[in-house]
Design a binder for this molecule. Structure first.
Ligand code: ATP
Length: 232
């Protein structure tokens, strides 16, 4: 579904991503793990069209997308749930969810909103409240709900477990697994390698802007190098 080859992205003179390559097959959960500053968020922002690569290519459903503007990439079926949530704090739950669907022209938006409330009942109970009043975990649920409202084929999560309690992390991972069962393909980046690789069908390690290791999530978890570098 998604193929990234030889990707390189710079911020001015700083080359944050030097040679990243990976594949996401339809129906999979794929996870990119790596330490702080490895280039994971930069990779996701480039797939979303927020940054341009100076080398390499990104293909989605067989078609190159690395030259497309962000709104065309969203329209093609890739939604991004960014790090730090980026919700509109002054807007209600409902308004935030509707923004997630702003490119849609179909009539199923209301039904999908109910689906988000089924998945996260706390959002339904607080649908008219402003997002700024919510706890970190609740904001994370809203950010996921908003990304789902775009009805993406591929949903990308940047550090979804960040700042969540262990109970919330468990719930979140169950939700991500549920989204996959519902037919959404998932690409996530995580510093929490244990959580991410436990869930992932396939994982890639990114180190200093390069993909260095890859394999089925459970195999990577058992890999001595991964254990030493990321699991302590
Ligand atoms: P983290 O989990 O800390 O976000 P990451 O693996 O996602 O790590 P990136 O955020 O992609 O890493 O950052 C990769 C490198 O690019 C880092 O050295 C970072 O300092 C640098 N970088 C990120 N954003 C910018 C920016 N807007 N301007 C300049 N340099 C940046």
């Amino acid at each position: 579904m998604l193929e990234v080859n030889g990707l390189a992205v710079a911020y001015g003179a700083i080359e944050a991503v030097r040679d990243v390559g990976f594949t996401v097959e339809e129906g999979q959960i794929v996870c990119l793990v790596g330490t702080n500053g490895a280039g994971k968020s930069t990779t996701l922002r480039t797939i979303s069209g927020l940054l341009r690569p100076h080398r390499g290519e990104i293909r989605f459903l067989g078609r190159p997308i690395h030259d497309l503007p962000a709104h065309s990439i969203l329209a093609a079926g890739i939604a991004h749930c960014p790090e730090g949530r980026r919700l509109f704090a002054g807007m209600t739950v409902e308004e935030n969810l509707l923004l997630g669907a702003h490119l849609r022209r179909d009539r199923r938006v209301g039904r999908d909103m109910e689906h988000v409330y089924d998945l996260f009942p706390v959002l339904g109970e607080r649908r008219t409240q402003r997002a700024g009043l919510f706890s970190g975990g609740e904001q994370q649920m809203l950010a996921i709900g908003r990304a789902m409202m775009a009805r993406p084929k591929l949903l990308m999560f940047d550090e979804p477990t960040m700042g969540l309690s262990p109970i919330m992390i468990k719930q979140l991972l169950e939700t991500i697994a549920m989204l996959r069962s519902g037919g959404t393909t998932i690409l996530m980046v995580e510093q929490n390698a244990l959580a991410a690789l436990t869930l992932a069908d396939h994982g890639y390690v990114i180190d200093l802007g390069r993909t260095t290791l890859s394999g089925p999530g459970k195999e990577l978890l058992a890999d001595q190098r991964v254990r030493e570098a990321y699991l302590g």
